[in-house]
Design a protein around this ligand. Structure first.
Ligand code: NAD
Length: 337
């Protein structure tokens, strides 16, 4: 049985991917410093899969710990989720982001090469495209991120590409996610960030539980059908499967590949609110406010490459995204957390 090291595996996308890996017959070792996640997620993973991953609490910048993990386990590949992701915070604290996301990835990569692990899957983001002028993003478009967070993702993509060229044995997949939402169908794991959520669906979930009062919808005069921004929301379980397929792909193919993971079908903020209200029976009060600088009217993935090379296609639509989010939040509410 192959063993995969999942950095950031206690986090939102990481925990769903750990479930998909364990369901797919992989052994999993998680390394997470819990700066944006909670240990309880391990119990939830155990309940879903009847199997607990090995867990190390620690930092990807801790070289001694990394080398201990590679000595203790026969790791065949690494999926690297560990990173900070708040765009606003990345602008006000750039060095924190360059240190955690870029320096952290370099340390991890150095230790991977030392340990002769040959497979690396990286969590990148559609943010790397910046404002390309077209709404449909394709992997070969120029990249020009407009914030520090996006630049950290692009820098790591480039570092990995250069390293794969210099180390012909190294196989790399950079997966550019669009807007992950939803939760596992059990309702046991989902997106439950530390502090006030930065993303739409956890914010809506917390309003439904009465934790937050109202939602601000930034911009209602975009040239879109209802005036609010259109985003390519992708169910986190679809995203998780994309990682398992990327590992399968890398087993057969050397070199480096960059692939979009999005559905290609965008929904507006108001559509997300209305669908969540419908499936939950909860009212989500909101205010239409000024546009936020740096936000675009619309963007979505060209997901043709993911289908062609990984055999990946998103299965879940907006109803399922909202149903699963609500199941997760209603269970959190019942636990009083
Ligand atoms: N959620 C999104 O909208 C989105 C979109 C595109 C890309 N991504 C990327 O996907 C990855 C996972 O995102 P997520 O939404 O699951 O975020 P998350 O915050 O839920 O998960 C990240 C995990 O990494 C851990 N972590 C952070 N820095 C670490 C470090 N230095 N050492 C060890 N652990 C560390 C955190 O504790 C957390 O558990 C991130 O790299 C993020 O940038 C996320």
């Amino acid at each position: 049985m192959k063993t995969i090291l999942v950095t950031g595996g206690a986090g939102y996308i990481g925990s769903h991917t750990v479930v998909a890996l364990q369901d797919g017959g992989y052994q999993v070792v998680i390394l997470d410093n819990l700066c944006n996640s909670k240990l309880v997620v391990l119990n939830s993973i155990q309940k879903i899969c009847s199997k607990t991953p090995v867990f190390y609490q620690g930092d990807i910048r801790d070289r001694t710990l990394l080398s201990k993990i590679f000595n203790n386990h026969s790791i065949s590949g690494v999926i690297h989720f560990a990173g900070l992701k708040a765009v606003g915070e990345s602008q006000s604290q750039p060095l924190k982001y360059y240190d955690n996301n870029v320096a952290g990835s370099i340390t991890l990569l150095e230790e991977i090469l030392k340990a002769k692990v040959d497979t690396f899957v990286f969590s990148s983001s559609a943010t790397v495209y910046g404002e390309p002028g077209a709404s449909q993003y394709q992997e070969d478009m120029p990249t020009a991120p407009i914030n520090v967070y996006g630049r950290t993702k692009l820098m790591v993509e480039e570092i990995l590409g250069d390293s794969a060229k210099a180390n012909p044995g190294l196989k790399v997949a950079c997966l550019r996610y669009f807007n992950p939402v939803g939760a596992h169908s059990s309702g046991l794991i989902g997106e439950n960030p530390v502090g006030t959520p930065n993303n739409l669906m956890p914010y809506i979930g917390q309003i439904a539980l009465g934790i937050l009062p109202r939602l601000k919808v930034f911009g209602s005069d975009y040239p879109t059908p209802d005036g609010t921004g259109l985003r390519d929301y992708i169910h986190v379980d679809d995203l998780a499967i994309g990682h398992v397929l990327a590992l399968d792909y890398l087993e057969r193919n050397p070199g480096a590949i960059t692939v979009n993971l999005g559905t290609g079908k965008p929904y507006s903020v108001l559509e997300m609110i209305a669908t969540f209200e419908k499936v939950s029976g909860k009212k989500i009060p909101y205010d239409l406010v000024e546009r936020r600088s740096g936000d675009l009217a619309e963007y979505y993935a060209n997901s043709g490459l993911a289908k062609a090379v990984l055999g990946w296609q998103a299965k879940h639509g907006i109803e399922r995204m909202c149903e699963d989010t609500w199941r997760f939040y209603s269970q959190l509410g019942a636990q009083g957390s």
